[in-house]
Design a protein around this ligand. Structure first.
Ligand SMILES: [Mg+2]
Length: 409
């Protein structure tokens, strides 16, 4: 059985757990509250007023004037995310982090029932609450698709276990976009061929689906039946990568060269860290520059040798940007390293010589942190200017009572 553990309003709940004066109040986590930006997370108390993650702060202030604005602290969330990961690993080695606040767990053996898995899940919810003061919603199903979708059925602190029949009962009446992986564009195409609900998709004849979507057509139909055979990939087992890259959508379009180069440095550092943690070296550096009209330019250069260090990656990316950027405001920048090879010194000895768990956790830390960056959860421009990410110790997370919370007029 697969569990998807999804922390409830994670960043906001962490702030409430660490600052008792925030409990029971509408809390909005954001970048720098004094700058233009977006809501990173909203506590459940703020949600009835309509505040949602991704919303401009200005709008949030209008909807929920009493909210308390807290500057987000990515290091704290990553540290907590890793402590949660540790807890999951005490239950099963098969843990796949899905985002900073979600993870898939495979529990039990073949023959384990939904009820057995529910007992494990309920127990896990209690432990998370007792140890961290946080709520989690858990979805349970025979595969990742059902577990993921079940987790969204009841929140916060929900526990939803569905088999395939339960999945159909829950989702067939819902709009087709409710299906995991079906975005706006695809649902629009589905509607064009008369498929409005998940059930319509499940009952659709194979022909038109295949004509419209090619090989994805039959897979979509399978998904509507709650069928999914994508394996859970434990986070310490990587797949061979062809390239590694990171990009970030800026909180505000920018034509400030210092800020943009700072961003390239941060992205280069993320890419280099990930190369090292997964044991690769690479030889081609590519920068991606997207302007406000969504025109994207990709420029690449081959290095003299293979590397996993941020310096040559950054210097090449910066040179490419200086040569090809026309000075217009950019909305997205990215750095990718390709032409990868296994790093020669990266044999298994490190894993055995040192604490295996520490190595795994370091890798996970990078990944979770990368996801934070990728998702632009914290407006990256703000972060690069004011502080660089530093290593997070694995000890208990210390709250800074009152220090970062501030009430907005
Ligand atoms: Mg969540």
């Amino acid at each position: 059985m697969i569990l998807l553990v999804d922390m409830d309003a994670f960043f906001a709940s962490v702030e409430q757990a660490h600052h008792p004066q925030l409990r029971g109040k509408p809390v909005i986590v954001c970048g720098d509250p004094s700058r233009r930006g977006v809501v990173t997370a909203a506590s459940y108390e703020a949600r009835p007023s309509g505040v949602r993650a991704g919303m401009p702060l200005q709008e949030a202030r209008r909807l929920c004037p009493d909210a308390i604005y807290v500057e987000g602290d990515p290091e704290k969330y990553v540290a907590l995310s890793l402590q949660l990961l540790n807890l999951y690993l005490s239950i099963t080695p098969d843990v796949e982090p899905f985002s900073v606040d979600e993870a898939f767990l495979s529990v039990g053996k073949p023959g384990t029932t939904l009820d057995d898995a529910s007992v494990i899940a309920r127990d896990l919810q209690r432990t998370i609450d007792a140890r961290f003061g946080l709520g989690a919603s858990i979805g349970i199903g025979p595969n990742k698709l059902i577990a993921k979708m079940a987790a969204g059925v009841r929140k916060p602190r929900g526990l939803t276990a569905l088999d395939e029949a339960g999945f159909r009962a829950e989702f067939w009446s819902q709009e087709v976009q409710a299906l995991w992986g079906v975005g706006e564009k695809m649902s629009a195409r589905l509607r064009e061929i008369g498929i409005m609900t998940v059930g319509d998709l499940g009952r659709a004849p194979a022909g038109p689906l295949k004509a419209e979507f090619g090989i994805i057509g039959p897979q979509l139909k399978e998904a509507a039946w709650g069928k999914d055979d994508t394996p859970l990939v434990p986070y310490h087992e990587g797949v061979e990568a062809k390239s590694m890259g990171h990009e970030v959508t800026l909180a505000e379009d920018s034509d400030d060269p210092a800020m943009l180069e700072g961003m390239l440095l941060r992205l280069s550092d993320q890419v280099a860290r990930r190369l090292r943690s997964e044991g690769y070296v690479g030889r081609t550096v590519c920068v991606k520059l997207r302007d406000r009209r969504f025109v994207t330019r990709l420029r690449q250069r081959v290095l003299e040798g293979f590397t996993a260090e941020h310096r040559p990656i950054f210097e090449t990316a910066r040179a490419l940007m200086r040569e090809h950027w026309r000075g217009d405001a950019l909305r997205l920048v990215g750095v990718t390293v390709s032409q990868l090879e296994r790093a020669p010194e990266h044999d298994q000895s490190e894993l055995f010589a040192h604490d295996l768990k520490a190595v795994r956790l370091r890798t996970a830390l990078d990944r979770v942190r990368d996801r934070l960056g990728e998702a632009s959860l914290i407006p990256a421009a703000t972060m690069t200017r004011r502080r660089r990410l530093k290593h997070v110790p694995f000890g208990p997370v210390g709250g800074r009572p009152g220090g970062r919370a501030r009430r907005e007029a």
